[in-house]
Design a protein around this ligand. Structure first.
Ligand SMILES: [Zn+2]
Ligand SMILES: [Zn+2]
Length: 139
């Protein structure tokens, strides 16, 4: 069991989480590029009931995912940091690894939506790549 803490850039939004196994995923979809200002989002996938988020200073942006179901981006009202994304179709949160307090040595388990990656994207070696999603994952 991993117990981790994190916060947004200004510290107004804090959270703690527990997860059995580390499932950390690089997502190269266009929306993740826009949100991060980078080639990808690095998300730690956490079951819904395992994330304890202090909602006081959180606001959200909802968009439709490929599945047709909502993705709710939860971000800080003050500094704008997206702390996590509520992936309603999968019943999990994709928590921004960048917002974790301690420097965790996560290895990405897979890279998804690589077909949407920009030409200058950097792919880690030895990490399975999927054009969109791996089979069986209805994102
Ligand atoms: Zn903040
Ligand atoms: Zn994405």
């Amino acid at each position: 069991m991993h117990k981790l803490n994190g916060s947004c850039g200004c510290g107004a939004v804090t959270y703690s989480l527990e997860c059995e196994e580390i499932k950390a995923v690089f997502c190269y979809c266009k929306q993740c590029q826009i949100h991060t200002g980078s080639d990808k989002w690095f998300g730690l996938w956490v079951a819904k009931d395992k994330l304890n988020l202090n909602q006081t200073n959180v606001t959200s942006f909802t968009r439709e995912g490929d599945s047709g179901q909502d993705l709710n981006h939860l971000f800080c009202k003050t500094c704008g940091t997206t702390v996590c994304v509520d992936v309603t179709v999968g019943h999990f949160y994709s928590v921004a690894v960048s917002t974790l307090k301690s420097d965790q040595t996560f290895t990405p388990s897979m890279a998804i939506y690589t077909a949407s990656a920009p030409t200058w994207a950097v792919f880690p070696q030895g990490v399975p790549k999927f054009d969109i999603l791996p089979p069986g994952l209805g994102g």
